[in-house]
Design a protein around this ligand. Sequence first.
Ligand code: FBP
Length: 551
Amino acid sequence: MVKKSPLQIARGNYQPKLPVALKGNVKVQEGAATQSVADQEEIKQLFPNTYGLPLLHLVAGEAANYPAINVGVILSGGQAPGGHNVIAGLYDGLKKLNPASKLYGFLGGPSGLIEGNYTELTADVIDEYRNTGGFDIIGSGRTKLEETWQFDNGIEVCKKLGITAIVIIGGDDSNTNACVLAEYYLQKQCGIQVIGCPKTIDGDLKNGMIETSFGFDTACKVYSELIGNIQRDANSAKKYWHFIRLMGRSASHIALECALQSQPNICIISEEVEAKNMTLSDIVDQIVNVIVARAEAGLNFGTILIPEGLIEFIPAMKRLIRELNDLLANNEEFVALNTDDEKRQYVKGMLSPESRELYRSLPKGIARQLTMDRDPHGNVQVSQIETEKLLIEMVAKNLAMLKGEGKYKGKFAALNHFFGYEGRCAIPSNFDADYCYSIGITASHLIAAGKTGYMALVQNLTEPAVDWKAGGVPITMMMNMERRNGKMKPVIQKALVDLNGAPFKYLEAHRAEWADENTSYVYPGPIQYYGPTEVCDQPTRTLMLEKGRNI
Ligand code: FBP
């Protein structure tokens, strides 16, 4: 018998709150036809069968008889709190429509579909995982579904299991692949529907339709608790500057949300760095100015939040990374080189003069990290690049110089942290538990209505769950053309921090006050699952501000 904590046991019995439209019988209503957010002609040509589909709304309907169906579900990419509840919602939704329906889980991510690794998800299994964090129910993976042989293998595997619909729970790249798969299966007329669900702690899968991806809420609450704890420690010991790097890939949504929750002394936003064309030394100067000012007030401590993708947004660095991406894509010559030094020399020989200069100036460790394997989607693995250490090194040098000139009299002792994996499998907050369960139920209705190429949609998320609205958005609607691995590809447009948006404006309006000697730290404390709704059910500050609410 597996031992469980009291909270695990209690969460097993938690019944997620549902929007009123998903509680009883449901029908799917078609709304307006759609078009892609950009590059309409190219996307239409690439997706002739799934382009321009209408929006879908789930509304109260009559009782109806649905045939039993077999569905396969895939967890794709990085873990995000709430994935198990999407699966539980999907299971409950399918069983409610017809108890003879079956749900299969493909193991280890998309490769489970291609290789035919699966398990049937029965009531016993689902009950074990309700309201839990993690993706361990079936595991996840980053295999990219893009080759026709993979799609054809998928058809064979589905035929064997009688599966007529696949649900892919993933981020922007995985949902792009879901759409490619939906289009291919329609072209082949093989009778397999594909539905996507918006997952990622990074918060960058959002747009006019998707208000937030699931997992962002819980992960940010976990990191904000830790940042708050560090701030209490800093304010007690008064001797360390904490450089805290936060996950989030390219986008700075996590850093921004954590700043809104905890009010650190400094929060760097990569998108602002790029917009202002800042160099690495501009960023260092900005940090140094705050440290010197606080030191003058006798405060030799503080907190600095750094988004993990920062390095990609420093314009010169961005050029370097673009050159490296093109240079290293399918480059067998590079792969065949044995030592780091050989690789370094090879890369230096191939770069443009400006990028070569920058590459040479970087500490060897960082330069090596930039040439490490891309993920299967062609992204630099920014979680492996220790920008916080690079900044500490550069800030320390700068302060030592100022000390020599008599312009800085403080003491600088720095500690580095990286928060990412700590939050990805946390027990989902009430928000994520409810949101994910609703997404799963929504997916079951889209399947029952015979839809394909859609993402399950739950909106109106700053209202109580009972007032949320459910539906479906054609995935092609969210697409544009982008350069990946050296080629133009159709992809779901990533949402970066909008510098004109309310969350960034709030940071901008308050950061001088947070940086100064009147330390204004907030200590969010741990996620609360039971208690008053204003403590337990609040969405992120980002979502509140984006919806015009006060925080
Ligand atoms: P997804 O985009 O797949 O949701 O990944 C989220 C993330 O946690 C990023 O924030 C991070 O850069 C990356 O995954 C780390 O990847 P890995 O789990 O492969 O180390």
